[in-house]
Ligand binder design. Structure first.
Ligand SMILES: [Zn+2]
Length: 135
C-alpha cells in the first residue's frame, strides 16, 4: 500500500440539479486521456458513496499531490451559472464524515483538506474543508 498523507476533497463543478455519479465522471476523465475516474470516491447528491479508482492506485485529481493522497469528490459545487457555490447536501456531509472517519482509522495521521488549499487558482470544492471538518 502506498503512503497516504492527505485526503483531498473536491467537487465535480456541476450544478445541484445535475445528479451525476462515478460513471459520468469516468467518461469525462477518459475523454481527457486518463485511465478513468481520477477520484477514489464520489459522493452523490443523495449521499451515496461510490468507489472510483482503487485506493491502492494513484489518483488523478490534484496536480503535484496525487502520489500520497486520496481524492474524494462531492457531486455539485457550482450554481446554475457555473459559479463556485457550496451546494453540498446534508446527506453528502453525513456520508463524507463517515467515509473520512473510516479512512482516518486506516491511514492514521492523514490530513483532510480541500483542493483549493493546495492550488490557489482553484475554488474547488467551494467550501472551507478544514473549517468544516476540524472546527
Ligand atoms: Zn478539485
Amino acid at each position: 500500500m502506498r503512503k497516504i498523507e492527505k485526503i483531498i476533497i473536491h467537487c465535480t463543478a456541476t450544478p445541484p440539479e445535475s445528479n451525476i455519479g462515478v460513471s459520468e465522471i469516468d467518461a469525462w476523465h477518459k475523454e481527457k486521456g486518463w485511465k478513468g475516474c481520477g477520484y477514489h470516491y464520489v459522493i452523490k447528491r443523495d449521499g451515496e458513496i461510490q468507489k472510483g479508482r482503487r485506493v491502492e492506485e494513484i489518483g488523478a485529481h490534484t496536480k503535484g499531490f496525487n502520489a500520497k493522497s486520496i481524492g474524494i469528490a462531492l457531486v455539485g459545487g457550482v450554481d446554475k451559472n457555473g459559479k463556485a457555490k457550496d451546494t453540498k447536501t446534508k446527506k453528502q456531509e453525513e456520508s463524507l464524515r463517515a467515509l473520512l472517519g473510516e479512512l482516518l482509522r486506516e491511514f492514521e495521521g492523514a490530513v483532510v483538506l480541500g483542493h483549493r488549499d493546495l492550488d490557489k487558482n482553484k475554488e474547488c470544492p467551494s467550501f472551507d474543508v478544514k473549517e468544516w471538518f476540524y472546527a
